[in-house]
Design a protein around this ligand. Structure first.
Ligand SMILES: [Zn+2]
Length: 677
């Protein structure tokens, strides 16, 4: 294997339109953090860069829905997500953002370089334009009727009712969601990266030269390459993003997939003036940590961009994970089916490592995997508490009890002692092999086998019994148990940084580098240790039940809301609205219309006349309950005959999700005929 001088670790830039959940941690950030910490312990020259991806249509949409600017949205989530990473010990060297000036300059320069080299093709196409708002419409800004299922609120890229992918021209009666007007097709110029041109090179670079990539990554690349690549637009008509830095490009910005990966470069620039040695020296090993939805961007598109630019290195590996599910269901932000990091910390303060451990132990490395609260509890109680915590606690407590916290002088070792000592070095080797090939679940399992080894060693040698019969022997046992404990602070540091920091403080030692793993004299005899606390605490059933209940409750609430709130209607002008004569009136008489179940015949005082209205409310009101009530009516609805009775107007009712009807009455009594406006 080639030896590199330095490492550049990138982690997918999270999109700044929402908070982070466990799926993000499990898929990208826990593995990238473990790997980075491991390299740092080995003394490698390594930097880890990340930041917020702050452009793109979903952010502008969310801003519009909330009535704020896109800047306010990204400022909010950048701060929340940066804090969540810090809280969970995800140790980036920098957490930057793509709205920074340095990124605008870097992305602009990158585009210009490709533009000047003639790497783009230009193409004019017809796209929907909102004449009232004066802008082109991204697919998500166009709504209309789905040609497949008739859903009237399908988006320009997808119908969320039947799930069909659409393009805006498929929609029947397309409508701009900005102004409500009917959009027109208008020609617009865009720049394209001709990916087809890079296809032969990509085929060799990935399919022949990188057979070692994870099978899920390699397989997805192969399938893209087998289908054949198409030119891809790098610009969009939008007012939020990095402006396209050439003439004739007013109102155009870089497409978010083009600008986001350049964010890795600008973050490095922001971090260090020596950024070029990390990006332009073939002695640097670049590794992209991402989720599977990002494979095409990091394995095909970004490398093509870098190749077109010509001076940058390419990633050596792209260890993408599959998706994490939650309690047997897909994690979904819109359905609030997620465990949000900030909520987890509020519910389990100080238990960052328990989540890190649990997510790594069931990471979706080769296929989608499931997170369940029950498994989380069992990982904590039967692994972290019962094995690791128990071993550490016994060792430290006994050392304090027997020797006042002083590391004892070992005596002669027997075969059991020798084999335990030998295994420490073997465990280190196995952990290294797994980490070097990005098998983090396996690495964690191997690392935990050191705690298992210690636990078994103590259980087999029973120092608490031997102390009465053979105190000299106990000195050897405790010496070895202490060396295993010190080794844990190295081997488990990448996985459980918070707990290992605690353990180091109890052992009264500084952080040890990776080279020390496997050594059997890390704590010298006579070294004083401190009194320990508890490394992990048991998690009770009630805490788990509460989490599951919380998920179920939010699922129910979302389902009720999603299924029954009628989508907003298209806008009307004030003139149109003011044509409707809505006013107060009082019910004078009410009786059931014979041979019907739903109809009441009402005599109404409208302030200007006494008239009859027939209303379909008999299932909800007895005649005597409604007489004397003040109500609201549409007074100028065209009269129509219902069951032979002429009905002049309509009573306004609110209808809830179950179809229940409620009268709309003025909050205080007013004169009949008062205008409602
Ligand atoms: Zn549909």
């Amino acid at each position: 294997m080639k030896k590199y001088k330095r490492y550049l670790i990138t982690s997918a830039l999270p999109y700044a339109n929402g908070p982070l959940h466990i799926g993000h941690l499990a898929g990208v950030y826990v593995p990238s953090d473990i790997f980075t910490r491991y390299l740092r312990l080995k003394g490698e020259d390594v930097i880890s860069v990340c930041g917020s991806d702050e452009h793109g249509v979903p952010i502008t949409l969310k801003a519009r829905n909330e009535g704020v600017t896109p800047k306010e949205i990204v400022d909010r989530y950048h701060a929340i997500n940066k804090k969540a990473f810090e809280d969970f010990g995800i140790a980036f060297n920098i957490y930057s953002r793509t709205s920074n000036k340095i990124h605008y300059e870097t992305a602009s320069d990158f585009f210009l370089k490709l533009y000047n080299k003639g790497e783009f093709t230009e193409k004019t196409t017809a796209q929907y334009y909102d004449e009232e708002a004066g802008c082109f419409l991204a697919d998500r800004y166009i709504m209309g009727t789905c040609p497949h299922c008739g859903n009237e609120s399908a988006y320009g890229d997808q119908c969320e009712k039947c799930g069909t992918s659409l393009s805006p021209s498929d929609l029947i009666n397309p409508q701009s969601t900005i102004s409500g007007s009917k959009p027109v097709l208008k020609e617009t110029l865009h720049w394209y990266l001709p990916l087809d041109k890079y296809e032969p090179w990509l085929k060799k670079w990935i399919l022949e030269d990188h057979k070692e990539w994870k099978t899920n990554v390699y397989g997805q690349c192969k399938s893209w390459l087998d289908q054949g690549l198409q030119p891809r637009a790098v610009s969009r008509d939008l007012d939020w993003g990095v402006p396209v830095p050439v003439k004739n490009a007013q109102g155009k910005v870089l497409y978010v997939w083009f600008d986001a990966p350049i964010g890795y470069i600008s973050a490095t620039k922001e971090l260090t003036p020596e950024w070029e040695k990390y990006w332009k020296d073939s002695e640097t090993k670049m590794i992209h940590f991402i989720g599977k939805d990002n494979i095409v961007f990091h394995c095909i598109i970004f490398p093509s961009m870098l190749r077109a630019e010509g001076t940058f290195i390419l990633p050596e590996n792209v260890p993408a994970n599959e998706f994490l599910n939650l309690e047997n269901d897909k994690i979904s932000t819109s359905r609030n089916w997620a465990v949000w990091l900030h909520e987890y910390l509020a519910d389990f303060p100080g238990k960052q490592d328990v989540l890190r451990y649990s997510l790594c132990a069931s990471a979706p490395e080769t296929k989608d995997n499931d997170f369940t609260w029950k498994e989380f509890q069992s990982r904590n109680n039967s692994e972290l508490v019962a094995i690791l915590g128990n071993f550490v606690n016994r060792t430290l407590v006994l050392t304090n009890n027997y020797y006042d916290g002083r590391v004892p002088q070992p005596g002669k070792t027997g075969p059991d002692d020798e084999s335990a000592l030998k295994e420490i070095a073997q465990i280190r080797e196995r952990v290294e092999n797994s980490l070097d090939s990005f098998r983090f679940r396996e690495a964690l399992k191997e690392a935990m086998s050191l705690a298992r080894l210690g636990n078994k060693y103590l259980a087999d040698s029973e120092p608490w019994k031997a102390i009465r019969t053979d105190p000299e022997r106990v000195k050897t046992i405790m010496y070895i148990a202490l060396q295993i404990t010190a080794n844990l602070t190295v081997i488990l540091e990448p996985f459980l940084p918070f707990s290992m920091e605690k353990l180091r403080s109890w052992l009264n030692i500084d952080r040890l580098n990776w080279d020390n793993a496997g050594k059997t004299d890390l704590l010298k005899e006579g070294h004083m240790i401190n009194k320990p606390g508890l490394l992990f605490e048991k998690i009770e059933d009630e805490e788990i039940t509460r989490q599951i209940d919380k998920l179920m409750a939010s699922k129910k609430a979302k389902e009720a809301a999603a299924g029954n709130i009628v989508p907003a209607k298209s806008s009307v002008t004030f003139d149109e609205f003011s044509k409707i004569d809505i006013r107060t009136a009082t019910v004078l008489e009410a009786e059931k219309v014979p041979r019907t179940t739903k109809l009441l015949k009402l005599k109404i005082d409208t302030g200007t006349d006494i008239r009859t209205i027939v209303s379909g409310i008999a299932e909800y009101f007895e005649p005597q309950d409604i007489i004397g009530k003040q109500i609201s009516i549409v007074a100028n609805l065209e009269p129509r005959k219902i069951k032979g009775i002429e009905s002049k107007g309509m009573i306004l009712m609110a209808e809830d999700k179950d179809g229940k009807l409620v009268l709309v009455s003025p909050a205080d009594k007013v004169g009949n005929g008062s205008i409602i406006k």
